[in-house]
Design a protein around this ligand. Structure first.
Ligand SMILES: Nc1ncnc2c1ncn2[C@@H]1O[C@H](COP(=O)(O)OP(=O)(O)OP(=O)(O)O)[C@@H](O)[C@H]1O
Ligand SMILES: [Mg+2]
Length: 483
C-alpha cells in the first residue's frame, strides 16, 4: 500500500459493512482499514499515531456508523475531535435518523451519509474530508514553522530589532533585574512582560499587572501598597496591595510615566529597599518582587522637564527594551498577519488560509497608528467578514485601504490611478519615476517661453541638445504643434 495515500478508518459494528466500505476505498487508491467497535477504532488510531508497523501512517479520515453498541458513533466523533482535531470524521446514519446526522455535524463531522451507501456519495464525502484534513495539517504546520523560525513563545517577528529583543528577554529572564520597556501603544509591551515572567524561575508565582495611568492618583497608592482599616474614609477593612499580591512573582507597572511625584518617591524606596508601608500604617512590609515597567512616553524627556525623578529613572533604567513601531518593520506585518489569520480562523472554526496579493500589499503599506493591536483587530474583522477562503481587499476596513502609502504599493495595485502628483509613484527605478515630473517641467518651461528652445534650455540650465533629446523622448512636439 502506498504510504502517501490518505489513510482512512471505517468503523461499523456490522463487520461486513465495515469491510466492504474499506475494500471499496482501497479499490479507488485510498489506504483504508476497518474496525467493528469504537474501542477498537480508538486503539487503531492510537497505534497509527505511534507508527506501529501494523497500522502504517496516521489516519486522516474516520467514517463512523452512528449506531453502535459499545460507544455511540457520536461519542467517538466527540472524543476524536478533541484528541485528534486533524482527523476529519464522516458519519453514517441509518435511514431517517437525521437528528443524529445533525448532532454529528455539530460535533465536528464534515458530512453524513445515509445507509445504504451510494458509492459516488461516499467518494465525494471522502474527497471533501481528505481536503479538509490537508488544510488543517497545513495550518498546524505553518503555525509550527512560524513559531520555530520567527518567534519566541507567541511573540512573532523576524525583524532584527525583534530578534535582539528575544535575546534580551532570554538574558534577563533568569535574574531579578528590573526591565524598562518603551514603545507606542500596541507594540507588545505587555506581551513581552509576560514572556519575561514565563521564562523566569518565578513562572509559577503570580504575574500582576497594573496600569498607573488608568487609576486615579488618590487610589493608586492604596492599590499598589494596600491600606489598613481606617486609613481614609471608606477604608473599612485592610487591603492587600498589588506589591504584596505579586510577592514571589513579577509586578508589571504599565504607564509608569503617569505616576505622581509622591508615587515616584514611594516606588523608588520599594525598589531600593524592598520594603514599603501600606497607606495609614507605619509597619514596614517586606516584599520580593521582580519589577517590569513600561512607559508610553520617552522618560528621558520627562526627566529633562522635571516631571520624572532622575534617581528613579536611573534605578529603573537597568535593562531597556525599545519596541519599534509596526510601520518600521514591514516584514513583520506579513508574519503577524499570517499568525493572526491562523489564530482567528481557528477560533471561529473557519478554513481561511491566505490573503490575496492585493490585500497583503494594502496591509503592508498601511501605517498602523495602533501597531500590532490594530493589525490584530483588522485581521479578526476580516476573518469574520470574508465569504471566501482567502482574505481580499474588500474584507479590509476602508480607512486601511485609503490610508495606505501608495509609494509602498507595487504597480498595478494602486487604489488611485497613476497620477502626476509627487508621492504617488509605486516602487520603480528612480530614473523612471522622475520621467513624468521631468516631462511636466519641460513642457511647462516650453509653454512659458513660447516654445523658444534656446530660452527654455537656458532657463532649465541644460544645453540645447539635451532639451531636443528630451522633447523627442517625451513626444513633446505634439503639444507644441497643438498649442
Ligand atoms: N510581536 C507580537 N507577536 C504577536 N502578537 C503580538 C506582538 N506584539 C503585540 N502582539 C499582540 O498585540 C496586542 C497588543 O499587544 P500589547 O498589549 O502587548 O501591547 P502594549 O504595548 O502593551 O500596548 P499598550 O501600550 O496599549 O498597553 C496583544 O493582543 C498582543 O498579543
Ligand atoms: Mg500594555
Amino acid at each position: 500500500m502506498n504510504e502517501t495515500n490518505p489513510h482512512i478508518l471505517v468503523v461499523d459494528d456490522d463487520a461486513i459493512v465495515a469491510q466492504s466500505i474499506a475494500e471499496y476505498l482501497r479499490s479507488v487508491e485510498y489506504d483504508a482499514d476497518s474496525a467493528t467497535s469504537a474501542v477498537a477504532a480508538l486503539e487503531m488510531i492510537e497505534s497509527a499515531d505511534h507508527g506501529r508497523p501494523e497500522t502504517r501512517n496516521p489516519y486522516s479520515v474516520l467514517i463512523v456508523d452512528m449506531a453502535m453498541p459499545d460507544m455511540t458513533g457520536l461519542d467517538l466523533i466527540k472524543s476524536i475531535h478533541r484528541s485528534h482535531p486533524d482527523i476529519v470524521p464522516i458519519a453514517i446514519t441509518g435511514f431517517g435518523t437525521i437528528e443524529s446526522a445533525v448532532k454529528a455535524i455539530r460535533n465536528g463531522a464534515i458530512d453524513y451519509l445515509t445507509k445504504p451507501l451510494v458509492d459516488e456519495e461516499l467518494l465525494i464525502a471522502v474527497e471533501k474530508a481528505v481536503n479538509q484534513h490537508a488544510l488543517i495539517a497545513e495550518n498546524v504546520n505553518l503555525r509550527q514553522q512560524l513559531d520555530q523560525r520567527y518567534g519566541m513563545d507567541n511573540i512573532v517577528g523576524s525583524d532584527t530589532r525583534m530578534k535582539h529583543i528575544y535575546d534580551v528577554i532570554e538574558a534577563v529572564a533568569p535574574s531579578k533585574t528590573t526591565v524598562l520597556m518603551a514603545g507606542e501603544s500596541g507594540t507588545g509591551k505587555s506581551l513581552i512582560a509576560r514572556a519575561i515572567h514565563r521564562r523566569s524561575p518565578r513562572a509559577d508565582q503570580p504575574f500582576v499587572e497594573i496600569s498607573c495611568g488608568s487609576i486615579p492618583e488618590t487610589l493608586l497608592e492604596s492599590e499598589l501598597f494596600g491600606h489598613v482599616k481606617g486609613a481614609f474614609t471608606g477604608a473599612h477593612v485592610d487591603k492587600t496591595g498589588r506589591f504584596l499580591a505579586a510577592h514571589g512573582g513579577t509586578l508589571f507597572l504599565d504607564e509608569i510615566n503617569s505616576a505622581s511625584p509622591a508615587m515616584q518617591l514611594k516606588l523608588l524606596r520599594v525598589l531600593q529597599e524592598r520594603t514599603f508601608e501600606p497607606v495609614g500604617s507605619h509597619e514596614p512590609k517586606e516584599v520580593d518582587v521582580r519589577v517590569i515597567l513600561a512607559s508610553n512616553q520617552p522618560l528621558e524627556q520627562l526627566v529633562a522637564s522635571g516631571e520624572f525623578r532622575q534617581d528613579l529613572y536611573y534605578r529603573i533604567n537597568v535593562v531597556m527594551i525599545q519596541l519599534p513601531p509596526l510601520r518600521d518593520r514591514i516584514a513583520d506585518i506579513t508574519l503577524l498577519a499570517d499568525h493572526f489569520l491562523i489564530e482567528k480562523a481557528a477560533d471561529i472554526g473557519r478554513q481561511i488560509t491566505a490573503f490575496t496579493d492585493e490585500a497583503m500589499n494594502v496591509l503592508r503599506a498601511y501605517s498602523y497608528p495602533g501597531n500590532v493591536r490594530e493589525l490584530e483587530n483588522i485581521i479578526e474583522r476580516a476573518v469574520v467578514l470574508t465569504k471566501a477562503t482567502r482574505i481580499g481587499i474588500e474584507d479590509l476596513p476602508p480607512h486601511v485601504i485609503d490610508n495606505t502609502n501608495p509609494m509602498l504599493l507595487p504597480s498595478g495595485s494602486q487604489s488611485t490611478p497613476s497620477g502626476t502628483m509627487p508621492g504617488e509613484y509605486p516602487p520603480m527605478p528612480l530614473r523612471k519615476a522622475l520621467e513624468e515630473p521631468e516631462k511636466q517641467i519641460i513642457l511647462a518651461a516650453l509653454e512659458a517661453n513660447d516654445w523658444n528652445r534656446q530660452k527654455t534650455a537656458e532657463q532649465l540650465d541644460i544645453n540645447r541638445t539635451t532639451l531636443y533629446k528630451k522633447i523627442k523622448q517625451y513626444g513633446l512636439e505634439a503639444y507644441g504643434r497643438a498649442g
